[in-house]
Design a binder for this molecule. Structure first.
Ligand code: DAH
Length: 344
């Protein structure tokens, strides 16, 4: 009778455990069979009543069933856990590594591309590349390059002044004094940088733009040396010989001062949209470094001389790409920017 009871219990357990959906149901089943008031405990309590000759068989059977129930419950627990993990994976948006790659790549700002090209060209001609600060002292930006207080030339560069009396540098020339002190009196240095002017914005004017300044100091330096370097740079940049001309100019930091123009590389001088019909492009303000600038940098102008020049990267980009509005260069207009990958 008790043996039958064991078989009955096993059948019941098989049925009960065949479709367990969660841990709560499983716990109820465990209590039903293995709990203090569970079926197995019940059966074991009847051991005493089992006739002696059946005790052994009874003992083996009930122990086997107890082990089976324990093992099955463990197994069901593990199955429920792995089903739960599967469900979580299904509900999580996983990154699909097999999806095709999005091949759209960005492009460098064309100004960065031109800057790298021009800097590399000057480097190949033996120039050292230096950096400048963006926040500068009034002395470095103006006085050290021969623009004393109240000099009318200050009006040419509307300045963003800071509360502490310093300023956002209006020209890369602001680094001349420090660089001449560091490298002079015999040196060839370029220093690209971002400059700021309190300008009214239009297609040709930005309040933030990029320049490259160059200085060459030594003995018997002439403006012919400058023309050589500029022509070599233009030839390398435009991949052809480009004629240049000098016009008189005025800058407080150079004497004499010039404007160096390049023959328009697009029309060869016949006149086109890029050069506004003149056949020439204004490219590079320059001149022989003013003796005062050399003196202020601790260089004896009786013994040494040199030239300095400026190049506007934004202008170079506009020339190279026929871009007609400088403001695009500081915009985040990706439609415009992405075109430069192929244009440069
Ligand atoms: N600093 C001038 C400007 O920003 C550009 C310039 C002119 C630089 C003549 C020079 C130079 O070195 O010789 O307008």
């Amino acid at each position: 009778m008790e043996i039958n009871n064991i078989n009955e219990t096993e059948k019941c357990f098989d049925e009960d455990s065949s479709n367990i959906q969660n841990l709560e149901e499983l716990e109820n089943i465990r209590l039903k069979y293995l709990g203090k008031k569970g079926a197995i405990t019940d059966i074991m309590a009847k051991f005493r009543e089992v006739p002696v000759e059946l005790k052994k068989e009874f003992g083996i059977k009930v122990n086997a069933l107890k082990t089976k129930i324990e093992n099955n419950i463990e197994q069901i627990k593990a199955d429920l856990a792995s089903k739960q993990i599967e469900r979580e994976i299904k509900n999580t948006k996983m990154f699909d590594y097999s999806l095709p790659v999005d091949t759209k790549t960005g492009s460098l700002n064309p100004r960065t591309i031109i800057q790298k090209q021009v800097v590399d060209i000057f480097k190949n001609m033996g120039f050292v590349v230096e950096d400048g600060k963006e926040v500068e002292t009034e002395y470095n930006n103006f006085e050290s390059v021969n623009v004393p207080k109240n000099h009318p030339a200050r009006d040419m560069q509307d300045t963003f002044w800071l509360n502490n009396g310093e300023l956002l540098k209006t020209q890369t020339s602001a680094a001349q004094n420090r660089i001449l002190r560091t490298y002079g009196p015999v040196c060839k240095v370029i220093f690209p940088g971002r400059v700021f002017r309190n300008e009214a914005l239009d297609a040709k004017h930005e309040n933030t733009f990029f320049q490259l300044e160059g200085v060459v100091v030594g003995k018997n330096v002439t403006i012919a040396n400058l023309i050589y370097f500029e022509k070599a740079m233009l030839k390398s940049l435009f991949k052809k010989d480009i004629e240049v001309r000098l016009r008189p100019g005025f800058f407080p930091f150079t004497e004499p001062s010039y404007e160096l123009d390049a023959r328009c590389p697009f029309c060869g001088g016949r006149g086109c949209h890029t050069c506004g019909g003149s056949g020439w492009l204004e490219l590079c303000p320059c001149g022989m470094i003013h003796p005062n600038v050399l003196k202020m940098a601790g260089i004896d102008p009786e013994e040494y001389n040199g030239f300095a020049f400026g190049l506007g990267f934004d202008r170079l980009v506009m020339i190279r790409t026929n871009l007609d509005d400088i403001r695009y260069l500081n915009s985040n207009n990706l439609k415009v920017m992405s075109q430069f990958k192929t244009k440069m």
